[in-house]
Structure formats: structure tokens, C-alpha cells
Ligand binder design. Structure first.
Ligand code: GCW
Length: 710
């Protein structure tokens, strides 16, 4: 009996302690250190704020909820500051703030930045706009969550890029293309009448990291989203998100005038077509006055576009831009274009297509370019378009969802990948012309700037399917706000808010996360290999994928392994893709001595016997890289296991199980790829690398017809 009681007690305790991840990094768990708690309490006793706007009300609500959790205390409102008061507002909505002479700082921060300053014993969170105050409030609460001192603050912060948007590849039937966290958050069938509380938490989470836009629908677009019925649903979401500074955008299917408009053509130069888009846009703005604009995938992977009518991407983009321009909207036009019919190297095609159009786009068009020239691979060199279109604003497109990085389970902290690209030097205007400077507009003096992240969010209780997926949503937002933050600084914030402030726990989780993306690169596509995943679903290894209806969707197109060697020659003797980079970069990538080994097989086809910097042959190095990836996952597991009892059971167990899946799959990648490449190299796999459990044929025959996200 006693035993049963004990079991019951243990069960109840573990339920109480369980955390399902829903709260993300906004957990607001009680601060246990009583001294710290009373320090905070002293300064956070009372607040003064004008709560008349929905955004100010949201900021105050967040403050109350957070302090209630963190300090177990209800902060009370006052009519005027009297020392040790938290003062929130703008010079417009607070006469106290207006009298504070903060003009110098306020002039620096634009429409969305914020100031947090200690003055006369009060703490002031201010901005030029209410949404700036909201961002400031979240930042302030982050400091408290991280147990930072708040007595003497002077923080002035503003975003480096203007459009900080999530791209949801969500379909109207609620499936999500390349989504591994359940179904789409948008419950279209119940909209507009039912506003799921999750929508509000989604908006809060985005606001907490400064994300200010969301493209609700898949770039492989469905024209129905532009019909009246759906516009009403989109309006309901826009209304729910508005207090949090989150604008909605939609993907526009280029052939919509035919599909839902009854026209015979979608030719962008046709007057009727132009009028149709104008009318459609007017209709949208009537319902949603702050609608953000359109994101368009055109003439890519079967999507319709201006080229169907012999027109250019500029013709198409400008036609839509003219429609949204009177309302202040923008068009984000994707440069992810390539065609099977085009004989040139796929890596060159976007540049070939877009570079000549530089300067031909309307002012409210921004070209959205993926970080690399192929497609969100675990590692790609930066896209040659960055820096190459000085007269056109370019925005970054990163993938947050892990289509090619282990999908729903693998732990891969992506700030490492984002930073690698942002910090890369294009040499467009000499040394120091980084991709980040192209993106933030400073290199070519553009005002319209942006960064998009393909969302990893779905209906799973913890939003992203795996807990560590949350870190990628988080770091995307933080880098869109400030690309100068280091990946390490961001990870520290996230860990402290998501798990714990306990130093050893922070250190251990950091160790698990910081090398995780490199581990994935090593066990999937080391040394510059790319595009070797399974057919269609992209889950698991498929270096043997060949003889399909599109050569550019096969793996052999990219690795070009043969008896002699492996790799894609993109130097002057091959496709000459290197020539699309500025000379300094082209020279580096072309030269075998200077090309970083991490990009070696991206740019060079080399013999299996080629001597690497380590002194090993290319074949041996490849084998050891795969093994290094597997070993890293083993180390991640060990580190994680040491956290048992230090992080809550539910999340501990999920991560533990997922790391085991990752380990098994890392071994699967290693075995499948090495056995396959061995058929060309003809060389032995070094003895100290564990033998594959199965034959190559076994791996080749595995099939996953129901892999999620496909
Ligand atoms: O990465 C590829 C994906 C497609 C996606 C496409 C794109 C939305 O496999 O699923 O389609 O890129 O970015 O348009």
C-alpha cells in the first residue's frame, strides 16, 4: 500500500514538474534565489503606463504575467512615477516620458527600436511607437529571466533589417510542405469565427524576438487564398496579430487571374490582368489596412510566372508591386529559380536570370535569395547574388525547418549556419563587404531590407516538434533583429530562458548545441558534398539517386563520383560557377590551396587519392569525416545524459530519445554513403570505422512513402 502511495506521489510530482515545451522561452518560472528576487521586487513594485492602445495593453499584460510567474507578485499600477517605478510608454502617450529629454536616443531607434533606461530611481521602457515599447518590454523581461542586474540600465536597440518575416509553407488543407511539427497552425475551416488562443501565443513569441511579419501560406501557392472567403479568414488572423506588431503577408499565385478571376491570361503586361490585381489588392486592403504584401515563387519548380508569357521576372514583380504600392505594400519576389531544360549548372541559374535585371525593379520590390545557390543544404557557400545586384534590395531567405538537416528529430542549432553566411565576405566593394551588409542595406544604401525564415512551426504542443527546433525559431528572430549577435550569445539567452540559469546546465547544453550543425554536415554531406538525400521526401541518405525525370533532382548530378574521384568542378575548367563571385572570392574558391576544405567538393572534382591538409587521402578523409559526425552525436548524447535531474523529465526524455534517433540515423548516413562511394573509390573503409550493419542494396531499398512534410 505504502509503495503504491509512493508511486502515486512520484507520478503526481512528475506531472507537476513536467514541461511540455508550450511556453517556449517565455516560461517565467519563479526565481528561487530569494536575495535576487527581493532586489527585483524592490524595483518592480509598481508601474505607470497608458494602456489605451491594444499594443500597450499587450505590453502591460506581458509584464504582469511575467512578474507574476518570476516573482510570484502582482505589480500594481500608479498614476504617476514616484521612484522605483517602472515607466512604460512613448513621448506621445506619456507626459512623464515626454519630459525626459530622451530625444537623442529616440532619434536613433526609428519606428521599432526601444530604449530601456534607469532614471531618477525609475526604470523607463520607451520608444517612438507602442510596438517599440512592446519590444522593449520583452527585452526587459529577458534580462529578468536571465537574472541580470537591472538597477543601472541604458540600452538602446533597434532592428538592423526592416522586414523580419516567417515564411509558412502551409497549405490550405493544413498540410505543411517540409513541416515536421504536425499540421498547419491556421485552422482555416474554423476561421474567421474562432480565434484559437494559440494564435495569440504565436504572435507573442514572435514579438518577443522582434519578428514583425508572417507569410501565412506556401510559396507553392493556392489561388483560393485570394478569394473573398479566405480574405475574411486572413483578416481575422491579422486582427489577432496586430497588437503584437505582426503583419500578415500572402503568397500570390501568378495564375490567380485565370484560376479565380476568370481571365484568359495572367500576362503581367495585359491591362485586364493589371486591373484584376489592382482590384484584388484593393479588396485585401479594405479588409486588412496594414496588409504587408505578397511573396511570390514564379517560374520555379512548376509554379506559373511571367515567363509563361515571354515576360521577365521584373515584369511580373513590377505589375504586382504597382498594385500594392498605393497601400504601402511590398512584393518579396523569390530568386529561387532553376530549370531542368537549362543546360547550365543549377548553381548558376538564379544569378544568370536575375543579375541582368538589377535596377529594373520597382522600389517596393525586394528579391528574396536563399542563403546558398542550390537549396538549403547543410552547408553551402553564400549565394553569388549577394553583392551582385547593388541597385536592387535583396533579402535573405533562411530555412528554419530542417528539411535537409534531420527533419523532425535531429538536433542542429542553426545560428551557426546563419552566421556563416551572414559573415561571409562578398568583396563586392572590397574587403568587409559582408553578406550581412548587403542584407541590412548598408552596403548599397537601401532602405527596404529584410530577412525571411521558412518556419518550423506546427500544431505540435511544443510548436516545433522537437524542443531544440525552438532555438532555431528564436535565433532566426534574434539575428534578423541584430545580425551582429554571436551564435554563442544567442544560444546562452535561449538556454537560460528555456531551461535554466544554473551555470553547469547552461554550459552543458551550450556544448551540445554549438557543434551540432557541424556534426550534421559531417555525417550527411562533408567536404562540400551536397544534395544527396532520399528522393522526394528528402529524409535520409540517397547518394545513388539517378535516372529521374529531372537530372537536377538527382544526387549524381551533384557529387559526380566516378572511378577517378568525386566532386563538382565549378572552376573555369568546369561549370565556372566561381566566376559569378567577385574576383577575390572566385580566386579563393578556384584555388585548391586556398579553397576551404569545407567547400572543396562543391567547387572541385578531385581524385580519391588527392592529399588533404591532414595528410590523408581524400577517400580516407571522407570516411573519417562521416565517422566524426557520428562521434559528435555520441558526445552530444553523453553531455545530454549528464543533465538528468537538472532539466525536467518530459523534455529530458524527449531529447534523449531524439538524440538516439539522431545517432542511429547518423550511422545510417555514414554506412549508406561510404558503401556507395566505395563502389567508385574501390578502397577499403579504414578499420577503425565500425562496419556497416547492412549491405548497400539494403540501404538503397529503404522507402518512406509516408515521411512527414512531403
Ligand atoms: O527546398 C525545396 C523544397 C520544396 C520547396 C522549394 C522552394 C516550397 O524541397 O519543397 O517548395 O525548395 O523553396 O520553393
Amino acid at each position: 500500500m505504502k509503495f503504491k502511495l509512493l508511486l502515486f506521489f512520484l507520478f503526481v510530482t512528475s506531472i507537476c514538474l513536467a514541461e511540455d515545451g508550450y511556453d517556449l522561452w517565455l516560461r517565467y518560472k519563479p526565481i528561487e534565489d530569494t536575495a535576487l528576487k527581493s532586489q527585483y521586487k524592490e524595483l518592480l513594485h509598481k508601474y505607470v503606463a497608458n494602456e489605451s492602445s491594444p499594443t500597450m495593453a499587450a505590453a502591460v499584460q506581458e509584464l504582469k504575467c511575467a512578474l507574476n510567474g518570476l516573482l510570484d507578485y502582482q505589480i500594481t499600477t500608479e498614476s504617476k512615477p514616484s521612484g522605483k517605478t517602472l515607466l512604460m510608454g512613448t513621448p506621445e502617450n506619456s507626459k512623464y516620458i515626454a519630459s525626459m529629454k530622451l530625444d537623442k536616443d529616440l532619434q536613433k531607434i526609428g519606428n521599432e527600436g526601444f530604449i530601456i533606461i534607469s532614471q531618477k530611481g525609475n526604470t523607463v521602457i520607451t520608444a517612438n511607437t507602442d510596438v517599440g515599447v512592446l519590444y522593449g518590454t520583452f527585452h526587459f523581461l529577458q534580462l529578468v529571466q536571465m537574472h541580470q542586474p537591472i538597477e543601472r540600465l541604458h540600452i538602446v536597440s533597434s532592428p538592423k533589417v526592416k522586414l523580419r518575416v516567417l515564411n509558412h509553407w502551409d497549405n490550405l488543407d493544413r498540410t505543411v510542405e517540409r513541416g515536421y511539427a504536425g499540421f498547419s497552425l491556421w485552422d482555416w475551416h474554423k476561421l474567421p469565427d474562432y480565434i484559437d488562443p494559440k494564435y495569440i501565443d504565436y504572435a507573442r513569441a514572435n514579438a518577443s524576438i522582434g519578428i514583425n511579419g508572417t507569410v501565412l501560406t506556401n510559396v507553392n501557392a493556392n489561388a483560393l487564398i485570394l478569394t473573398d472567403t479566405y480574405i475574411q479568414k486572413v483578416k481575422a488572423l491579422a486582427d489577432a496579430f496586430r497588437p503584437y506588431g505582426l503583419k500578415v503577408y500572402l503568397t500570390a499565385r501568378f495564375s490567380a487571374p485565370i484560376e479565380i478571376g476568370g481571365l484568359k491570361t495572367a500576362d503581367p503586361l495585359n491591362e485586364e490582368v493589371k486591373q484584376w490585381w489592382k482590384d484584388k489588392v484593393d479588396e485585401i486592403y479594405k479588409a486588412i489596412p496594414d496588409f504587408g504584401g505578397f511573396l511570390v515563387k514564379a517560374n520555379s519548380e512548376g509554379q506559373p510566372g511571367p515567363q509563361n508569357y515571354g515576360r521577365t521576372h521584373a515584369d511580373g514583380a513590377n505589375m504586382m508591386a504597382d498594385a500594392v504600392s498605393p497601400h504601402g505594400g511590398v512584393v518579396m519576389w523569390r530568386a529561387f529559380v532553376y530549370s531542368n531544360e537549362e543546360p547550365d549548372d543549377r548553381a548558376k541559374q538564379a544569378y544568370n536570370e536575375f543579375k541582368p535585371l538589377d535596377g529594373k525593379f520597382r522600389e517596393n520590390v525586394i528579391i528574396q535569395v536563399k542563403n546558398g545557390a542550390i537549396d538549403f543544404q547543410p552547408r553551402e557557400p553564400f549565394h553569388p547574388l549577394f553583392g551582385a545586384m547593388p541597385k536592387t534590395p535583396l533579402m535573405m531567405e533562411f530555412q528554419i525547418t530542417q528539411e535537409y538537416l534531420g527533419q523532425g528529430t535531429h538536433l542542429a542549432y542553426l545560428a551557426e549556419m546563419y552566421k556563416e553566411c551572414l559573415d561571409a565576405d562578398t568583396y563586392a566593394q572590397g574587403k568587409g563587404s559582408t553578406v550581412a551588409k548587403v542584407i541590412d542595406g548598408s552596403l548599397d544604401n537601401h532602405q527596404l531590407t529584410g530577412m525571411a525564415g521558412v518556419s518550423n512551426i506546427g500544431t505540435d504542443r511544443n510548436w516545433t516538434g522537437q524542443i531544440f527546433g525552438q532555438a532555431n525559431w528564436y535565433c532566426f528572430g534574434r539575428l534578423a533583429w541584430d545580425h551582429q549577435l554571436t551564435s554563442e550569445a544567442i544560444v546562452e539567452e535561449w538556454i537560460r530562458m528555456t531551461f535554466s540559469n544554473e551555470p553547469q546546465t547552461v554550459k552543458t547544453i551550450k556544448n551540445v548545441m554549438l557543434g551540432s550543425r557541424e556534426a550534421v554536415v559531417n555525417y550527411m554531406t562533408p567536404l562540400g558534398l551536397h544534395h544527396m538525400m532520399g528522393w522526394g521526401h528528402h529524409y535520409g541518405p540517397g547518394p545513388w539517386v539517378a535516372n529521374k525525370h529531372r537530372a537536377d533532382w538527382t544526387s549524381v548530378y551533384y557529387h559526380k563520383a566516378d572511378k577517378e574521384g568525386i566532386g563538382f568542378d565549378r572552376t573555369a575548367s568546369g561549370s565556372n560557377a566561381v566566376s559569378q563571385y567577385f574576383p577575390e572570392v572566385a580566386k579563393q574558391f578556384s584555388s585548391l590551396d586556398e579553397c576551404p576544405e569545407k567547400y572543396l567538393l562543391w567547387f572541385h572534382h578531385l581524385p580519391w587519392t588527392y592529399t588533404m591538409k591532414s595528410g590523408r587521402s581524400l577517400w580516407d578523409e571522407l570516411c573519417y569525416k562521416y565517422q566524426a559526425g557520428v562521434d559528435s552525436v555520441g558526445q552530444m548524447q553523453e553531455q545530454w545524459n549528464s543533465l538528468q535531474g537538472k532539466v525536467d523529465e518530459e523534455r529530458f526524455d524527449q531529447v534523449k530519445s531524439f538524440l538516439q534517433i539522431q545517432k542511429n540515423e547518423a550511422e545510417w548516413w555514414r554506412n549508406a554513403c561510404l558503401l556507395y562511394f566505395q563502389t567508385f573509390s574501390g578502397k577499403p573503409i579504414p578499420d577503425d570505422i565500425p562496419k556497416a550493419d547492412h549491405t548497400l542494396e539494403y540501404y538503397e531499398e529503404l522507402s518512406f512513402p509516408y515521411a512527414p512534410g512531403h
